[in-house]
Ligand binder design. Structure first.
Ligand code: SAH
Ligand code: SF4
Ligand code: F3S
Length: 436
């Protein structure tokens, strides 16, 4: 038997890349590769990259630079760039960093085995097509090995929204949904392998139309799978949040009360210039409707500060929106100019102004996050346990609201779902005791 070859994958960016990396590892498994967690003695290194902000893209080149020594020691080592930088920059990557043997975009990684074979012939391999065929249909079915209790499952890809700041519509292409039967069979497979919680992924997951009743229909159908205890989904766009999906938050027990619904800004002027096509008021009304359906819903969001022409008053409107919504968690970023997007051509906000706004915004968001977490003390939650904690006999998992929870529970196994009374709240997690 031949030695398995070693594949090291480093993943940047969003959860969709995490999912794609798993699928790429599985595709390469068929070529005799096993995944390893260090690049040092790998036969192939794949960087699954993100292009969303300038820093994210630059990280890729500094990481590639670090592999010079490895490649000198082991000329057979193949280096590949996958993901959104691959899509955005294509051949340019090989020009800028000649170490790179292979470039593959996010819609064509099912062709990775052929591309790898080409590099073994000493050729460079590039594929950044948006092929007619669906990559998911060309991937082998997933292996049956046991796995942890939580998993991502991509159900929708691409984006037709064209927010003025964003590269995703260019790197991931148009919105496409996977048919619900395929999603159902992949979900059943995951549950057989020990998965208890599935997070449905899509750049605009609530624009899913692979089921006649949309994402809500898919969630209701997934709910019928025995052994699947929890369903989450991310990321949603406010304009695609329909009545069915709002209702599902109140009616579907397996759908968790935590919703990531980015708004980006609270000023109508900025929202318009961002091409978000909704107002701050409409967003707030939408959250009211969601909270009517599910009063304990924890909200999460994304924010951009320093978008071109954002004034202090516009920024204050964002702060006011945050005050009104009260977020359980959030991600916030300084606006980053992305080549080829409309906003990159507009008058920019000075860097120090962006820094200052980001600090003030993050202080408010951290305070809200902390307040909501502290408010869990004394309450009973359900925890899906995932892995042992740092202390002897301790187990860690997540509550329905996605808070990290630690409990002294030597008999609890990963995958167990148990009731817990929360007793204390520290910086990043809650502690409690098992009930029953
Ligand atoms: N499809 C999702 C997520 C897209 S990317 C959505 O619509 O929300 C994740 C986040 O990155 C975005 O929500 C946005 O807050 C941020 N982002 C995207 N482009 C950016 C840019 N040019 N500069 C700064 N942040 C950006
Ligand atoms: Fe980017 Fe906007 Fe599409 Fe989200 S909705 S991926 S922010 S263009
Ligand atoms: Fe980044 Fe591409 Fe995801 S740009 S955020 S990896 S869709």
């Amino acid at each position: 038997m031949t030695e398995p070859k070693k594949l090291f994958i480093k993943t940047y960016g969003c959860q969709m890349n995490v999912y794609d990396s798993e699928r790429m590892a599985e595709a390469m498994g068929g070529q005799g590769y096993t995944q390893v967690d260090s690049p040092d003695d790998a036969d192939m290194i794949l960087l699954n990259t993100c292009h969303i902000r300038e820093k994210a893209a630059e990280k890729v080149y500094s990481e590639l630079g670090r592999y010079k020594g490895l490649k000198a020691e082991k000329p057979d080592l193949k280096i590949g760039v996958a993901g959104c930088v691959a899509q955005a920059e294509g051949q340019e990557i090989m020009r800028r960093q000649p170490l790179v043997d292979l470039v593959v975009g996010p819609q064509s990684y099912h062709r990775l085995p052929e591309l790898e074979a080409k590099t073994r012939e000493g050729k460079k391999a590039l594929d950044t097509d948006f092929p007619e065929e669906d990559k998911f249909n060309h991937l082998k079915s997933r292996p049956k090995a046991k796995r942890g209790p939580t998993a991502f499952l991509t159900v929708q890809e691409g984006c037709d929204k064209f927010c003025a700041f964003c590269v995703v519509p260019y790197t991931r292409g148009a919105e496409v949904s996977r048919p619900s039967q395929r999603v159902m069979s992949e979900a059943r497979d995951l549950v057989e392998r020990g998965v208890r919680e599935i997070t449905l992924l899509g750049q605009n997951v609530n624009a899913y139309h692979g089921h006649t009743k949309g994402l809500a229909g898919l969630i209701r159908e997934l709910s019928t799978i025995d052994g699947l205890e929890r369903i989450r989904f991310t990321t949603s766009h406010p304009n695609d949040m329909d009545d069915e999906l709002i209702a599902a938050h109140g009616e579907c027990e397996k759908l968790m009360p935590y919703l990531h619904l980015p708004v980006q800004a609270g000023s109508d002027k900025i929202l318009k210039r961002m091409n978000r096509s909704h107002t701050a008021e409409e967003y707030i009304r939408l959250i009211e409707r969601l909270r009517n359906a599910r009063p304990d819903l924890h909200m999460s969001g994304d924010f951009i500060v320093g978008f071109p022409e954002e004034t202090e008053q516009d920024f204050q409107d964002t702060m006011a929106l945050i005050e009104e919504v009260k977020y359980g968690s959030a991600f916030s970023f300084k606006y980053s100019e992305r080549p080829g997007t409309p906003a990159a051509e507009r008058p920019q906000v000075p860097e120090n102004e962006k820094d200052d706004r980001l600090q003030r915004l993050q202080a408010l968001l951290s305070q809200q996050q902390r307040d909501l977490q502290d408010a869990m003390v004394g309450r009973d939650v359900h925890v899906l346990f995932e892995k042992p904690g740092r202390l002897e006999g301790q187990m860690g998992g997540k509550s329905e609201y996605l808070h990290a929870v630690h409990v002294h529970a030597p008999d609890v196994q990963p995958g167990d779902l148990r009731r817990v009374r929360i007793e204390s709240s520290s910086r990043n997690s809650l502690s409690g005791v098992l009930l029953g």
